[in-house]
Design a protein. Structure first.
Length: 448
């Protein structure tokens, strides 16, 4: 018979030992109780095995709950208004962009001159800084917390991409050209995307209302953002990649003549982002849109001798833009992860791409650079373009979404206001629309 005196001694010991000891003692207790049950029932229960199988399930459930709470909070009107107030104080020299009667925390830089496909005027491939350190270790407390939210959504953390180095502007603050260096998607997540999580942490703490402080005092309470701003002017922060590894985005507004309209109207493509992506889940955005990343298989970075060549070969705006187009509009899987390791030149050989290039050469389509938008939340630039297709054959094609959305939608230009106000429009898309409405290709269609 199990002696009750032993239980009293064990209970007294348990109360006076540290947490690690308590955990060990709890395991011993489970084994002791298990032995008693085994003698009575003659069955093997193996409680630790059951406990071990439960822990991963509990961990996933816990991460899901905090991720859900985080993204739900970002959608609330209370957080949005608070975040806007804080960002307006920090970036007081730059006005928010107003589009469709809504203010968005973005700053737009227009192109200084008309720049058409293949966009060679705005960047020089020979100037790419290919010295890349792919090592990254999550170390700080806030990085570890943020990792619990996003790590399951980061599909290829080590994938190399192109980070903004500097925008070259003219005297009117319009873009002449841009330059870039290299980094990984993981570095982008933990130096750029994480800035919104830092704002979220300040919001939920409720200790100090940042929106009531001045710019300098706000930044002191946001150490990640403060490190980016330290010793830099506001304009330097917004026109360079200082203090962070912010992946350049590329996005385009695709306008195409709709064959079934008696008035020769034009349509636009957009999606609702999936809930399992690392940035802006559930938001609406115009497609295509994505990161300026390499197309080669991620394992290409393991061959360091080839890496500089691979980076420069992928430092191509036309390849990046057309890749996003065939992936996000036509849903072609081979352009998502490039599992088979095909060369990046395959992008320009795709039948949909060849068709558009032919239309451009026949002046049945026009493709122009608009400028760049920077989201003040994550301090990431998105190079923005407009592709107008006047050949009705494009409207006969079958559009298909990729993994980032569950469906792809179309709307007439006259219906676009409904997307901007009644739905959650991604901030980058708001900036894209703002720049597009200033462009002659859009104005010609809109005025008709």
């Amino acid at each position: 018979m199990f002696n009750m005196e032993y239980i009293d001694i064990f209970e007294s010991y348990l109360i006076n030992i540290p947490i690690v000891g308590k955990a060990i003692a709890a395991i011993i207790a489970i084994y002791a109780i298990n032995e008693i049950i085994n003698k009575i029932t003659l069955e093997k229960i193996n409680p630790l095995s059951k406990l071990a199988s439960f822990i991963p399930v509990f961990g996933r459930s816990y991460r899901y709950s905090i991720r859900k709470k985080y993204y739900k909070t970002l959608e609330t009107q209370e957080f949005i208004m608070w975040e806007y107030d804080v960002l307006k104080k920090i970036y007081k020299e730059h006005n928010f962009t107003n589009i469709l009667s809504v203010d968005y925390p973005i700053v737009c830089y227009e192109t200084a001159a008309i720049c058409r496909y293949p966009f060679e005027k705005i960047y020089n491939k020979a100037d790419l800084d290919t010295n890349m350190n792919t090592e990254f270790k999550i170390s700080s407390r806030i990085e570890k917390e943020y990792s619990k939210i996003v790590r399951e959504q980061i599909k290829r953390p080590g994938l190399p991409g192109f980070m903004l180095k500097k925008l070259k502007l003219d005297e009117n603050n319009k873009i002449i050209s841009f330059s870039a260096n290299t980094g990984t998607y993981e570095q982008n997540v933990y130096t750029s995307h994480i800035l919104e999580y830092e704002l979220y942490k300040a919001f939920v703490s409720k200790k100090i209302n940042l929106s009531l402080l001045d710019s300098d005092n706000i930044l002191e309470l946001l150490p990640l953002r403060n490190n980016i701003h330290k010793g830099k002017t506001e304009s330097e922060v917004l026109t360079t990649g200082t203090g962070r590894k912010s992946l350049i985005g590329v996005q385009m507004l695709v306008l195409y003549k709709y064959e079934h309209s008696s008035k020769n109207q034009y349509k636009i493509l957009f999606i609702k982002r999936s809930e399992d992506v690392a940035a802006k889940p559930g938001f609406y955005q115009f497609v295509p849109s994505g990161g300026f990343e390499i197309f080669e298989n991620e394992q290409a970075i393991n061959n360091m001798d080839m890496l500089p060549y691979v980076l420069k070969n992928n430092y191509s705006l036309d390849k990046a833009l057309f890749r996003e187009l065939v992936e996000e509009i036509f849903g072609e899987d081979e352009f998502i992860h490039n599992i088979n390791g095909v060369p990046s030149d395959n992008i320009l050989a795709n039948e949909h791409v060849l068709s558009i290039i032919e239309m451009i050469s026949k002046k049945e389509a026009s493709f122009e650079f608009l400028g760049s938008t920077i989201d003040l939340v994550g301090l990431r630039h998105e190079l923005s373009f407009i592709l107008r297709i006047d050949n009705c054959d494009f409207s006969k094609k079958s559009f298909k979404p990729n993994h980032e959305s569950s469906n792809i939608e179309t709307c007439l230009i006259s219906e676009i206001e409904e997307i901007g106000i009644n739905k959650k429009l991604n901030q980058g898309s708001a900036g894209l629309l703002y720049l597009a409405k200033k462009n002659h290709l859009f104005k010609e269609v809109e005025n008709n």
